[in-house]
Design a protein around this ligand. Structure first.
Ligand code: ADP
Length: 233
């Protein structure tokens, strides 16, 4: 069975870091909608120009644009044997559309990473990102102007990691994305993990959650088809 995983959790929960690590171990693509948008901004495409204004304010890019981007990306050959989605879905409309995109594929596993808000603010206001390859560099890996450990590019603060925008992103998360926990939590393939631990511990808990959710799925537990779309049996 393919590992078709989505990672839920607030900005700064560590989704990107954990998704990157697990995707590398499993040999499947990590699909980060934030990275796709930042690349479009970097390449100055039409979508990128429009997205930049929205992202710089910490708001959400429109559902239709995001669903189009993810639909196209999941249709590519490298995503047929599994994928890890980071940053999508972020609204109930996106989650509903994703259920449609999953028809004919192995069911989704959903992992929610839980981190208290004061810890998120601390992490986001201190993290750096590589301006060349997009690698996330937490505090300790260098100050702005230092070099990326992966590609040697310059580490900078993300435009939307300033404190004002971080607070806005957390507000938007609470209003639009947190409701996804209710959308998914009754599915047998839903798991929560504690993200307020070391990256290695979170990675171990993530693997355990994926194994547990995957074995429910393999056993063909009843209920999954019944709750697709958030409708309870
Ligand atoms: P975060 O660290 O907040 O999880 P991301 O890198 O995932 O950041 O996303 C950065 C920004 O890109 C978001 O604040 C939002 O403006 C936009 N974005 C990314 N994914 C989506 C999505 N699925 N729907 C709408 N906007 C998105």
């Amino acid at each position: 069975m393919s590992l078709n995983l989505i990672m839920l959790g607030p900005p700064g929960a560590g989704k990107g870091t954990q998704a990157e690590r697990l995707a590398r171990n499993r040999g499947i693509p990590k699909i980060s909608t934030g990275d796709i948008l930042r690349e479009a901004v970097h390449e100055d495409t039409e979508v990128g120009r429009r997205a930049k204004v929205i992202m710089d304010r910490g708001e959400l890019v429109g559902d239709d644009v995001m669903i189009g981007i993810v639909g196209e990306r999941l249709g590519r050959t490298d995503a047929q044997g599994g994928f890890i989605l980071d940053g999508f879905p972020r609204t109930v409309a996106q989650a509903t559309a994703l259920d449609g995109l999953m028809i004919g594929r192995d069911p989704l596993l959903v992992v929610d990473i839980i981190v208290p808000e004061d810890e998120l603010v601390r992490r986001l206001s201190t993290r750096l990102i590589c301006s060349n390859c997009g690698h996330n560099a937490p505090l300790g890996d260098g100050q702005p102007g230092a070099k990326c450990p992966l590609c040697g590019g310059e580490l900078v603060q993300r435009a939307d990691d300033s404190q004002k925008v971080v607070l806005e992103r957390l507000k938007i998360y609470r209003a639009n994305t947190k409701p996804l926990v209710d959308f998914y939590h009754l599915r047998p393939t839903f798991r929560s993990i504690n993200g307020a631990q070391s990256p290695d511990r979170v990675a171990a808990d993530l693997v355990a959650a994926v194994e547990a959710a995957g074995s429910v799925r393999r056993a063909g537990a009843p209920g999954l088809d019944d709750v697709v779309g958030g409708v309870l049996p």
